[in-house]
Write a protein that binds this ligand. Structure first.
Ligand SMILES: *Cc1c(COP(=O)(O)O)cnc(C)c1O
Length: 383
């Protein structure tokens, strides 16, 4: 991208988003059109648009902005994070190939690999990604992908991105980093050696819990073309209104993330040492086993916090249902704070598998409300 010397906040607001040349509209229009007039057969106008499954100008603006923020040459927007995941895995793997995945992978990612791609003969091994040796031990001659989330969901584990990138390169596998939790504001996986960066833009990038979307980013032009081919072939594209909403959210990503981090730190401080809390999971804590690695590869430590309850599963369920400001719900990364019980909600599908989570665990997506109100709400729910 030509804007690479500009600061992050500037690129979030301007990259891919020049005022409309015809009217001067400052905001990229919502191009609600499925098709485009041609000046003679094959005579496409500026941008080469012919059909909106293939490309749409509102979507192009979002893609240019996302590529600029992640520091990659290319970005492709999708109808959801799972659609992006599906295209990445089906492009990179054939029957008989093998994928290394985190042993606390996002539940939907695990389900797609374990329940859908497995039927097409794609094999997988879940491992603790914070342990480079166990990742190395899981690699087979058929390993095509090492799939990484850092921080992980919901236990906020940290993987060493440069170390895993080097390991993948050594074994000829592609290294994919799902950067949904950290966002490009806090962490730049492509700069650290990732071949491919993936987002659920539903979360912090959109940031307002009003749109579902995904993105796949890479600087490998050949790979990007293959992703684009399958996206166009299978059709999991976002509509122009979704692209507009996501782009609107991205403009404020930097200021939102600073506030998410400020509030998360205050919540962590309040939970730590609370008599009803046994453990707080947050990579910003010096005692977190991944703290040193996180401090090297993240600008700050994000807005996600998990904790376990002394009173076990019953207490965890009571706390999750007992807040007034933290809304009981799945998802994360919006301006409003959310609380959930992973064992019975987001991670219910992992029950009985290697990815099962502790049943006394509560997960918070700390929003950007007044931090004092958030802390008071949690303390009140804990009782
Ligand atoms: C939500 C999420 C996804 C899936 O994205 P959708 O937009 O819900 O399809 C993938 N990875 C992570 C880390 C997520 O939080």
């Amino acid at each position: 991208m030509s804007d690479e010397r500009l600061g992050f906040e500037t690129r979030a607001i301007h990259s891919g988003q020049k005022p409309d040349p015809r009217t001067g509209a400052v905001i990229v229009p919502i191009y609600a059109t499925s098709t485009y007039a041609q000046d003679g057969v094959g005579g496409l106008r500026e941008g080469g648009y012919e059909y909106s499954r293939t490309a749409n100008p509102t979507r192009t603006a979002l893609e240019e902005c996302l590529a600029s923020l992640e520091g990659t040459r290319h970005a492709l927007a999708f109808a959801s994070g799972m659609a992006a995941t599906d295209v990445a895995l089906r492009t990179l793997c054939r029957p008989g190939d093998h994928v290394v995945i985190p042993n606390d992978a996002y539940g939907g990612t695990f389900r797609l690999i374990d329940k859908v791609l497995a039927q097409w003969g794609v094999e997988h091994t879940p491992v603790d990604l914070s342990n480079v040796d166990s990742v190395r031990a899981a690699i087979r001659p058929t390993t095509k992908v090492i799939w990484c989330e850092t921080p992980t969901n919901p236990l906020l584990g940290i993987a060493d991105i440069p170390a895993l990138a080097a390991l993948a390169r050594e074994h000829g596998a592609k290294f994919v980093v799902d950067n949904t939790f950290a966002t490009p504001y806090l962490q730049s996986p492509a700069d650290l050696g990732a071949d491919i960066v993936l987002h659920s833009t539903t979360k912090y990038l959109g940031g307002h819990s009003d749109v579902v979307g995904g993105a796949l980013l890479t600087s490998d032009s050949e790979l990007n073309e293959r992703f684009d081919f399958l996206r166009n072939g299978a059709g999991a594209v976002p509509g122009p209104f979704d692209a507009y909403l996501t782009l609107r959210g991205v403009k404020t990503l930097a200021v939102r993330m600073e506030r998410h981090c400020d509030n998360a730190e205050r919540v962590v401080e309040a939970l730590r040492g609370h008599e009803k809390v046994t453990h707080v999971y947050y990579p910003g804590l010096a005692e977190h086993p991944g703290h040193e690695v996180a401090a090297k590869q993240m600008r700050r430590f994000g807005g996600m916090v998990s904790f376990t309850c002394k009173g076990g599963v019953d207490e965890a369920l009571r706390v999750a249902a007992g807040t007034k400001l933290f809304i009981l719900g799945e998802s994360l990364g919006g301006v409003e704070s959310l609380i959930e019980h992973p064992g019975k909600m987001t991670h219910a599908s992992t029950a009985g598998s290697m990815l099962q989570v502790p049943d006394d665990l509560v997960r918070l997506s700390v929003g950007i409300e007044d931090g004092t109100d958030l802390v008071a709400d949690l303390l009140n729910a804990l009782g």
